[in-house]
Design a protein around this ligand. Structure first.
Ligand SMILES: [Mn+2]
Length: 431
């Protein structure tokens, strides 16, 4: 199996950039110091913020029209984990991986051993009942017309058992949460009874929740449309919240940033879920029109900043919830390793900018109804170029100051392209 990135490559790359970084860090530090902010405190918080990489994100994604595979695509979960380790070696922000079952099904002991060897852990598990699994003898029935909300009790039972199997694999590898996203819904008014479909879904989710280990959480992930185009069973955060309430204390809501109507105020949804103590986690990505699964922060970095502003604002209330931060993207035209490295950087950037908002001043302007100064105070955090903080955090954790430059120098993609012959098909990875 392909080696990772030589320490030497990272060190040599860092040598080129370190002097400039120290100067930029000192200059930003002086600027922040004038506002009473210690840059090292911000850096420490940023270094402590990590986000999980999706196993399906390291392969080339596709659309419903076509998939154009890149070179050296991982052929199975162990090669995927190797690529995930490369992302973390360089960026030092992604020490955990989120698995998708059955795409990543393997002996849990082997998964655990490989992850330990690579210095990785596992975040939430993802079940898959949005496609059929003809090679999986435990799932002979079709999900064409739904899974957990299917009209046929036998299909619902199969989907419940698949989720419980996903939990048992997760339990064996140290995961503590299950994310459930279903493709269930309808294409035409009248095709499905909206009320009964939801009740069937709740019944099945209760069965799964009953089977969770004591220290596990279950996340319901809503999505407005696709693959169903008229209605989905869990279409928005309202239904997701109703589900979490109905299921009880182990159940929380997962917010995938791409799963809303255009221009929906996602940061307000985040605020509401924190208020109601039901925020379970995130699937980060960015979009222009729909569930585009583009790199987080690549289209609308201000929107990402506003989400993090709510997280920072929540403070201890957020700490009590301990949400899972995960990426969910599809990389169609970029090297997935590069996209995931920059994505983790963009997520940390939004966090750092949110940490720089003068919260006391903001609250004062809000309370005085000074709309202009409140807006300016919030935006002041966003305007900071925090790259020196991000780079310094990476450097001190053993990563690269410029991780994409170091990655390109390493020749990793060329190496794995030799070792891994081109494959066809495999899971599309649009969730
Ligand atoms: Mn998702």
């Amino acid at each position: 199996m392909a080696a990772r990135i030589d320490r030497d490559v990272i060190d040599k790359s860092n040598e080129q950039f370190q002097e400039a970084l120290e100067a930029d860090y000192a200059a930003l530090g002086a600027r922040l110091d004038r506002r009473g902010i210690a840059i090292d405190d911000i850096k420490r918080k940023v270094a402590g913020f990590t986000v999980a990489v999706p196993s399906w994100g390291v392969g080339t994604g596709g659309t419903r029209f076509a998939r154009f595979p890149g070179g050296g695509e991982p052929r199975g979960i162990f090669e995927k984990l190797n690529d995930c380790a490369v992302i973390n070696d360089l960026g030092r922000a992604t020490p955990a991986v989120s698995l998708h079952i059955p795409w990543d099904k393997a002996d849990p002991a082997d998964l655990r051993a490989k992850a330990e060897e690579l210095g990785l852990g596992f975040d939430a598990m993802n079940s898959n009942t949005f496609q059929d699994h003809p090679d999986d003898p435990s799932q002979p029935l079709s999900y064409k017309y739904g899974s957990l909300s299917h009209t046929d009790a036998a299909v619902r039972q199969q989907a419940v058992e698949h989720n419980l199997e996903t939990v048992s694999i997760g339990e064996a590898i140290g995961s503590k949460a299950l994310t459930v996203w279903i493709g269930d819904g309808s294409n035409f008014p009248g095709q499905s009874d909206l009320g009964r479909a939801f009740e069937r879904y709740l019944g099945a989710m209760k069965e799964i929740t009953k089977g969770l280990p004591a220290d596990w959480r279950i996340f319901s992930e809503h999505k407005m449309y696709e693959p169903a185009f008229y209605s989905t069973v869990v279409q928005d955060w309202g239904t997701s919240y109703l589900t979490a309430v109905e299921l009880g204390e182990k159940a929380f809501c997962l917010v995938d940033l791409g799963h809303h109507a255009p221009n929906v105020n996602m940061e307000q949804i985040v605020s509401r879920l924190i208020h109601s103590r039901k925020l379970g986690g995130f699937h980060f990505n960015d979009s222009k029109y729909g569930d585009d699964d583009l790199d987080a922060g690549s289209i609308d970095p201000f929107r990402l900043f506003l989400v993090f502003n709510e997280l920072v604002e929540a403070g201890a209330r957020l700490d009590a919830l301990g949400p899972s931060y995960m990426i969910d993207q599809s990389h169609n035209v970029t090297d997935p390793i590069e996209s995931l490295i920059r994505t983790a950087g963009e997520i940390r950037r939004a966090y750092a900018q949110a940490l720089l908002v003068d919260r006391a001043a903001l609250r004062g302007f809000q309370d005085e109804n000074d709309a202009l100064m409140a807006s300016e105070t919030l935006k002041a955090g966003f305007r900071f170029d925090v790259e020196p903080i991000l780079a310094k955090a990476r450097l001190e954790a053993g990563g690269a100051i410029d991780p994409i430059a170091a990655y390109r120098t390493s020749g990793y993609r060329q190496r794995v392209s030799q070792e891994r012959p081109a494959s066809r098909g495999s899971g599309g990875g649009i969730v």
